[in-house]
Design a protein around this ligand. Structure first.
Ligand code: FAD
Length: 457
């Protein structure tokens, strides 16, 4: 289809936009390159222009013009997603949300804000009131809160407060529809599931309300172990209601080679647990490490860790571990694996025996609907896609669930199915199918690619 770009730009007069190729290409990328498979598929996918509204009223003007001229829209926050969520598959515009940074209210137990604000800035503002966010990704300094709600799922804090979709964590979403006359829809309570983790496919989220908790002076901790199983069992012991724990991340000793600044506190012959611990739990943390045949090698407050020029514990957790490895060697990639509960080391023992040269163990603890869960983000030495999927299949044969991090659609990635509630909401909020086309399912991607006559190579 030929798009009338002149008509579109006339309709959005006064709103910032650019079609400078370098900016457009840069803003059409995210961290999909973590996956060699996605890198091949997405590195030449970019938008026609980037539009940067400053207010919700400007978002509405852009949404109306996109609906009128049938222009695909890919919302974008910080562009730190790992699955190409913010990469436009069929051109159109990137809707850069990063100028919508207002905080309208911080009350007792909640914050209401625009969605383009950086998570670190939002958390800093919450701290000024003695409160803090319940959870955030390790990319808090680059990622926006809207991008986290639309493209993320859990993070630092999830071992205490659960995942984003758990009741009460996200209290409301304010959404602009993609229609000639856009409407504003407010989703509250459990209704937020209609648009949470939808990769910007069913409405533009302009404002949201999140729950807050009283702030804790989290300390960055490392505990070391000779045996990996001891490290995981120490993590299990920390999953206790009475403890103040914000992060429990277990990594194989093989990760030590990636952390130059930590050689004194994370030597190459010890497995490590990176954690964030509240003051009232520091003594119990230290005692539990000893009970599990380990010891604490680092315990520092935020101020101390910054002064010592060491990375905070959260930058040694979640997908920051993969980043540290990739900085040293671009051949690493990763898998996302959920284990049957309780943890049985047998699956890891078998995987190590079969693929020991290709895999480095990494486990995270989080809560989901109140229950503690263990999942893994193992590092994988990439050779071929066939080998990656052979290893995936082996994990599945051992009773694990693998969430495919090497696809860009919601259905084939985490969810493994089409979310019918979200699809129904998409029909309402995006009746022309213009929002981030191709990200919903494999079938939809193929259909959209054909409709826009985009070559699939
Ligand atoms: P973007 O990448 O810009 O966008 C993500 C998705 O949201 C896209 O589909 C986009 O279209 C959509 N979107 C953005 N804004 C809006 C809006 N206002 N309305 C509608 N749709 C919108 N993720 C986790 O969940 N937990 C982690 O711990 C974590 N750790 C990470 C570590 C590293 C090193 C990296 C590279 C990534 C990590 N991620 C993690 C993934 C990612 O950083 C987070 O999900 C992050 O919150 C995404 O925010 P963003 O602003 O960068 O979103």
């Amino acid at each position: 289809d030929i798009i009338n770009w002149e008509g579109f730009t006339a309709d959005i007069e006064g709103i910032a936009f650019t079609d400078a190729p370098q900016t457009v290409k840069l803003k059409s990328r995210d961290y999909f390159w973590y996956s060699p498979i996605l890198n091949k598929q997405l590195r030449k996918s970019w938008a026609h222009m980037v539009v940067t509204p400053k207010t919700e009223a400007e978002v509405i003007t852009v949404a109306a013009a996109c609906a009128k001229w049938r222009i695909p829209v890919t919302p974008r926050g910080g562009g730190t997603g790992n699955y190409g969520q913010a990469v436009p598959l069929v051109g159109g515009i990137i809707l850069d949300m990063t100028q919508l940074t207002g905080i309208s209210e911080i009350g007792n137990g909640f914050v209401r804000c625009e969605t383009g604000i950086l998570i670190a800035d939002l958390d800093d503002s919450a701290h000024e009131t003695g409160q803090e966010l319940l959870m955030w990704p390790s990319t808090r300094s680059q990622a926006t809160i809207g991008g986290f709600i639309s493209g993320g799922s859990a993070g630092i804090g999830s071992v205490r407060h659960g995942v984003l979709r758990d009741d009460g964590n996200v209290r409301s979403l304010r959404i602009v529809t993609l229609e000639e006359t856009p409407r504003i829809i407010t989703l509250e309570g459990p209704e937020i599931q209609k648009a949470h983790h939808a990769y910007g496919t069913n409405g533009i989220i302009t404002e949201l309300e999140l729950a807050l908790q009283p702030a804790v002076d989290w300390h960055h901790a490392i505990a070391l172990f000779d045996e990996y199983t001891d490290a995981v069992q120490f993590g299990e012991a920390l999953c206790c209601e009475d403890y103040d724990i914000y992060l429990i991340s277990v990594v194989d000793k093989g990760f030590a080679q990636f952390y130059d600044k930590l050689t004194d506190v994370f030597p190459q012959d010890k497995h490590a647990v990176f954690s964030m611990v509240g003051p009232k739990t520091i003594d119990a943390f230290t005692a539990d490490a000893i009970t599990h045949n380990g010891y604490v090698s680092l315990m520092m407050s935020d101020v101390e860790i910054e002064k010592a020029n060491l990375p905070p514990a959260y930058e040694c957790s979640y997908n920051h571990t993969t980043l540290q490895a990739l900085k040293k060697d671009r051949n690493w990639t990763y898998l996302q694996v959920a284990y049957p509960q309780p943890y049985d080391p047998a699956a890891d023992t078998i995987m190590l025996a079969e693929y020991g040269d290709d895999l480095l163990r990494h486990h995270e603890f989080a809560r989901e609907r109140g229950d503690y869960q263990l999942f893994a983000i193992p590092l994988l030495k990439f050779t071929t896609a066939e080998k990656l999927y052979e290893i995936t299949k082996r994990y599945e044969e051992l009773g694990c669930t693998v969430f495919d991090a090497h696809v860009y659609t919601i259905a084939e990635g985490g969810m493994k199915q089409v979310d019918t509630v979200q699809m129904a909401f998409k029909q309402d909020a995006d009746p022309h199918g213009l929002m981030n086309p191709g990200k919903t399912s494999y079938a939809e991607a193929q259909e959209v690619l054909c409709r826009y006559a985009i070559p699939s190579s």
